[in-house]
Design a binder for this molecule. Sequence first.
Ligand SMILES: [Zn+2]
Length: 347
Amino acid sequence: MATKPSITIDPSKKQPPTRDHPEPSSLKQHLPPAKSTTSHPTKTTENNASLFFVGTATTILEWEGLRLMTDPNFLHAGDHVHLGPGVQGTRQTNPAVDLHDLPNIDLVLLSHYHADHFDQEVEASLRRDLPIITTPHAHKHLANKGHGESFTAVHAVDAWENMFVNVNAGTTSGAKPGIHVTGMPGKHVGDGLLAKANDILGAVPPTNGWMLELGYSDSSNVNFECGYRIYISGDTLYVSDLEKIPEMYTHAGKPIDLMLIHLGGTTIPGPHMPLLMVTMDAKQGLQLVKLIQPELTIPIHYDDYDVFMSPLADFKAEMTKAGFDDKVVYLDRGDQFEFEVRGGKST
Ligand SMILES: [Zn+2]
């Protein structure tokens, strides 16, 4: 469990997310207003953080002035993504905000290097010094593009490796916000898959999930306490590797407040030839909910491409049948979820 060097983010710098951004004065100050805002369905919380759902697996987390973006994908309906040899997807939806209308972004968390998570427009446009935490595979691609094209602040974190992100937020209490990021295992290709699928495996890059522990250190910066724990599944199937997660967290006194689950039952090469499912469908999603036992689940990555073949309605039905309706929040693109990161005031 290697610990990678920590980084410090200063949200007050307000840098545009894209390198071609015309001038600082035109930089948006905020995300667009949410279509609707939800918080915990049954608990009262003092919310100080939010998660805005852009679409696919793209979410924007705002907390203590920091803006963290996951799996940036800003293509529009009708746009194509190349997902590997002979594998193409067509976007069915629009993102809730356009790439060039984003406010400043401080950090990107990328589960894997696949075009429905880091599309061609994003790759061409993002500012090169934007910090990106991702897999070793994606790091190799992004940091070695050459000729001023390489991303210069990419941090490789593999499964079970971790790193710490300090946030310079100037809190009055002396408590210092930070995020402990740990790579979680993920597999696009299931246990015991037949070898005949090998010819399309070239389309399937290695993927991570993430555990994000948002919390505060005391003013000496020594004791970090997690105040909200988010597990992001990444584009994985339900595989036995995931069973270590509840062992390390849920059943080890580290409960998971929120799970962002990538659903969709992505099936490649495509709807015309559905051979190999590479992300969870509704049934596997429910299986993962039962395994991880998060306080709340929010499905993402469920209907944005024609290769996503398991509709959200199927997952809703599974959750209802299992009696989990008060354990799940459904977001449409443009909706946001608000939550409380505990501990900011007490130190
Ligand atoms: Zn995907």
